[in-house]
Design a protein around this ligand. Structure first.
Ligand code: IVH
Length: 668
């Protein structure tokens, strides 16, 4: 390639990366895009196309590098140049007043001290290191001295700039990664729908997402960051925390908009009260405020103790705990028959919302906490969201109470409850239990399944209770008369519902299979399974257990539940009734000659023309399957740049290794 041309490409790539990175900051950090999505896509496509042609010119700060890369075996560790200290806690207003007194005494000044006050975010502390303006490494706090190298995962957070457009030698920025409350709830709903354990609170969710060895999982979680402190700096200095916080947004770092600067202890206390009063309106979790001496020369004079600085303190909020009474304990029955004890409470306001239910999870949990009807309990919202019983206030227990034991019989259908000795989960095994029917229908109509608009829980209860629906296939036989007989049903609403049902009939097979609610089979697995059977439902229905187990990514337990499901006569009937009511499977990718039929791919290393996700989609569209890990079931290992240990393992397992180019040839 002539040098000239190469230079032109290089400078075009630089401009593209710069522009796209800037637009990302406008979009993700300021919520204020200055170009349309279309214009953005055009720029991005130009970048991807150029990078595909000139892979050796791909820049370190290219936004194409954000999608996640080869899963790691474990995190390497990174030594923090300056330890990430913890903070002393001020639990009362008096603690804060004393903090201010101490600072004045240690600095030997009588005038009011200038402080920077910030919300104390309840997430995970991270450190981002930039060398000559480029994001190089990022790590967790770890024990304060040694952190884990989570660079790939941090790169997936769009708010973190990859290039801060300055040439200072080293800039370390510290901040807190978190997940918004609303995103946390959405993610948990999705996980429940896929039979995955929900996260206990937003903090756990952020931590779990950030500490993934596979960064493509991290990239699917909407993590956010606020930056709040410098680490080691070489080439630039700041006079104060205020100056630091004012400067870094111009480099692309998000800073919490609630930061305030002022003087003296009254200012600290007022701020604490103000932030506490708006705490529940914020979409992210905070557990207090942080008060920092503003001037860095004062900070240096004050210095640090072994684990915390003398120049800062956390002002903690009073715990959001209240007491209330347990009115009753009921056993609720879920879609899969799982029995969950729920405490019905005397309604009480905690953290700004009225709570009248709290889950007791299972019998073990009840035994541990010994919650009884009539008890007065201490209640809090775990991670500010889910109501949780902290403990029973035993001193207030009335005389006549007894231990709570989950019933022997299902409270809905009266079938004997299955209580395996070694299992926390008790189940009603009656498939025709009304609670299970309702649960299955709720799942069947849900957004990621059949997506039948307007079918809420109330309507489903009415339909099941009035015997209009006994299983999912009955939905398709509903007519206007049926609906009009329901309480509070109008002409328009009935038409709308019938219309939604009709529209839902055009559906992909994989969504239909997911909608069936087969235990342990989530959205992704449904897709994999039906692709394996060439989008042929018949083949899936008649598959042997052995065949199912051979599907990549289908373990023994999932194979067994699929097998059991399709070998149940009731289910067979159910499916044929659904189909005969006019389901029209949009088998977009169905073709006799799917290029990658049955073939299982694993990708490793960084690819130059496609992102990992794009490549996976191409495989699926062509009837193939992708896995994250190598096993005997894998046919091809596709290697990008910097392929790691997978290469050797593939050779041992006799798996064909092909380059990215080879992969592209396979599909074109
Ligand atoms: S400054 C020594 N600022 O609190 C200075 N920390 O208990 C400590 N945190 O590990 C960092 N919000 O994870 C600072 N605005 C804020 C913060 C904050 C939350 C966390 C951080 C740190 C912990 C210390």
């Amino acid at each position: 390639m002539p040098q000239n041309n190469n230079n032109t490409i290089q400078s075009r790539l630089k401009i593209l990366c710069n522009d796209i990175n800037k637009h990302n900051i406008q979009y993700y950090n300021y919520d204020n895009p200055i170009i349309s999505d279309y214009e953005y896509d055009v720029l991005f496509k130009e970048l991807i196309d150029l990078e595909a042609k000139y892979p050796n010119l791909i820049r370190n700060d290219s936004p194409s590098q954000r999608v996640g890369s080869t899963p790691l075996k474990k995190f390497t560790s990174i030594k923090h140049k300056i330890p990430l200290l913890s903070l002393d806690n001020g639990m009362t207003e008096e603690d804060l007043v004393n903090f201010d007194k101490r600072i004045k005494k240690n600095l030997n000044v009588s005038s009011d001290i200038e402080y920077v006050l910030e919300p104390k975010l309840d997430g995970l502390a991270v450190e981002l290191i930039y060398e000559n303006g480029i994001f190089k490494t990022g790590s967790t706090r770890g024990d304060g001295f040694l952190g884990e190298n989570i660079t790939q995962n941090l790169k997936t957070i769009n708010q973190i700039p990859l290039n801060i457009n300055n040439t200072f030698k080293t800039i370390e920025i510290r901040g807190e990664v978190f997940i918004n409350k609303s995103d946390f709830i959405k993610l948990n709903i999705k996980r429940l729908g896929e039979n995955e354990q929900p996260f206990a609170n937003p903090r756990n969710c952020a931590a779990g997402s950030l500490r993934q060895l596979d960064s493509s999982i991290t990239s699917s979680r909407p993590l956010k960051i606020f930056c709040y402190a410098p680490g080691y700096l070489d080439g630039i200095n700041f006079d104060s925390q205020q100056e630091f916080l004012k400067t870094i947004p111009s480099w692309g770092f998000p800073v919490n908009p609630l930061v305030e600067v002022g003087y003296g202890s009254d200012f600290i206390i007022n701020y604490l009260q103000k932030i506490e009063s708006i705490r529940n309106e914020l979409n992210y979790e905070i557990d207090g405020i942080v008060c920092k001496v503003n001037k860095f020369n004062y900070q240096n004079i004050l210095g640090n103790k072994s684990r915390s600085p003398r120049w800062a303190i956390a002002g903690k909020f009073k715990a959001q705990q209240v007491t209330t009474k347990v009115i009753s304990i009921i056993a609720s029955v879920g879609r899969t028959g799982a029995i969950t004890p729920v405490a019905k409470l005397k309604p009480v306001k905690v953290g700004g919302v009225v709570v009248s239910n709290a889950t007791l999870h299972n019998q073990d949990e009840i035994n541990k906490k010994d919650v009884r009807v009539g008890d007065t309990i201490l209640l809090q919202r775990a991670g500010d969201v889910i109501p949780e019983i902290v403990k029973v206030i035993k001193a207030k227990r009335p005389n006549e109470t007894s231990k709570y034991i989950l019933p022997k019989f299902c409270p809905v259908c009266n079938t004997i409850i299955d209580k395996p000795i070694d299992h926390a989960i008790f189940r009603c095994k009656n498939y025709h239990c009304a609670a299970q029917i309702k649960g299955r229908i709720i799942h069947f109509v849900s957004r990621n399944a059949m997506n039948i608009d307007g079918f809420g829980e109330k309507l489903i209860n009415q339909l099941v209770d009035s015997n209009l629906i006994n299983d999912i296939s009955d939905i398709f036989n509903l007519n206007k008369n049926d609906l009009m007989n329901l309480e509070r049903m109008g002409d328009k609403l009935a038409d709308k519902l019938l219309n939604s049902i009709e529209n839902s009939k055009n559906i992909t097979l994989s969504k239909f299979i997911y909608a069936l609610g087969i235990r342990n089979v989530g959205e992704h697995s449904s897709k994999n399974i039906i692709n394996h059977f060439e989008l042929n439902l018949n083949k899936l229905e008649n598959a042997t257990l052995d065949e199912l187990e051979r599907i990549p990514d289908v373990g023994k337990i999932m194979a067994q539940s699929i097998f059991d499901f399709f070998n149940d006569d009731d289910n067979k009937l159910l499916i044929s009734r659904c189909i005969s009511s006019g389901l029209n499977f949009e088998n977009k990718f169905l073709s006799k000659n799917l290029k990658l039929n049955e073939l299982n791919f694993v990708f490793t290393g960084t690819m130059t023309t496609l992102s990992r996700n794009e490549a996976k989609k191409i495989v699926e569209k062509n009837g193939g399957i992708t896995s994250n890990n190598l096993s005997k079931k894998v046919n091809y290992l596709v290697t990008g740049k910097n392929s790691g240990s997978k290469l050797e393992k593939a050779k041992k397992l006799n798996i064909s290794v092909i380059s990215e180019e080879g992969f592209l040839k396979l599909i074109t």
